[in-house]
Design a protein around this ligand. Structure first.
Ligand code: R5P
Length: 296
């Protein structure tokens, strides 16, 4: 028989109205608890922003520069990120299962860089994403590409599956070589992904008018980094994107191809989470990079 509750006095705080927990992430107030919980895992609680590390490039590019040995080059960065974006192959073969870092799983694929890139299929079952305890799945969508409808269909199928289990979908706006990365195109592509149900959208930064892209997209946008730039330029881009409405970054090559990836990821954190100006973040990067080089 369980013990009776013998406490004489109880306090129900009858004068205190019950607080409704607020969801601060843009457009995310109407999801079920599990989906919201998964989304929240990958976002910094205080700043409401995220620094995700994208290391999924091998799914179509093979051993990309900087990702040849993920165990050697990437593992030291993991403590500094809010989430990792990777494939299930890398997760299972190289990530320690006791890592507390949330994982977004790359869930589309098919063609390599040798073929038509937009000809993708869904590459991960939602059940496997759950088995891997992913906080969400990511899928490439080629708006304006030769297989536009097919890639949109990949995304909407994953969104339906995601709603069955509470798994958010991150839609990635893939930009073919022939398409301009301007606000008009990115505004079109991000809005389409959000309208069709993506809970998060990843896209590239553009100038001018990136703030129109983020304003027109009803769900959080995270900025993809793109090709390697000088560190100061990459920090400026991350800073500007967040100041202009991005909910964070999901950067790859500008981190892992940096002269000092461990210093760069920490400098990016400063710009995203603390709004440190790019010039100061660059000084921070340089000092830390020198310190780390000396310590080797
Ligand atoms: C590329 O296909 C992937 O979606 C990457 O995750 C994305 O482009 C971000 O990586 P990067 O910053 O290197 O562009």
């Amino acid at each position: 028989m369980p013990e009776a509750d013998t406490q004489e006095t109880k306090d129900y705080y009858v004068d205190v109205p019950q607080r409704n927990p607020a969801v601060t992430l843009k457009g995310s107030g109407s999801y079920d608890w599990g989906m919201t919980h998964r989304l929240a895992r990958g976002w910094g609680l205080e700043s409401g922003k995220t620094v995700m590390l994208a290391i999924d490039h091998g799914y179509f590019m093979g051993p990309t520069a900087g990702l040849e040995r993920i165990d050697v080059n990437i593992m030291p960065l993991v403590p500094y990120v809010d989430a990792v974006f990777c494939t299930r192959g890398i997760l299972r073969s190289l990530f320690p299962a006791w890592s507390k870092t949330p994982v977004w799983l790359r869930a589309s694929g098919g063609p390599s860089i040798l073929k038509e890139l937009s000809d993708e299929e869904i590459a991960v079952d939602i059940e496997d994403a759950l088995r891997l305890d992913a906080c969400g799945v990511g899928v490439q969508v080629f708006v304006g590409g030769p297989f536009e409808t097919k890639t949109i269909n990949n995304m909407t199928k994953l969104i339906d599956a995601g709603y069955r289990y509470g798994v958010p979908v991150l839609g990635v706006t893939a930009v073919g070589r022939e398409l301009a990365r301007d606000a008009r195109y990115l505004g079109l592509a991000t809005r389409i992904l959000a309208e069709l149900g993506a809970q998060v959208v990843k896209t590239y930064y553009c100038e001018p008018d990136f703030e129109q892209v983020t304003a027109g997209c009803p769900v959080p946008i995270v900025m993809a980094g793109g090709k390697k730039l000088p560190e100061l330029d990459a920090l400026k881009m991350a800073y500007n994107a967040v100041q202009q409405g991005a909910a964070g970054v999901d950067m790859g090559r500008n981190i892992f191809q940096s002269e000092s990836p461990v210093a760069m990821i920490q400098a990016v954190r400063k710009t995203v989470h603390e709004a440190l100006k790019p010039e100061q973040a660059f000084e921070y990067y340089r000092d830390l990079a020198n310190e780390l080089a000396k310590a080797k």
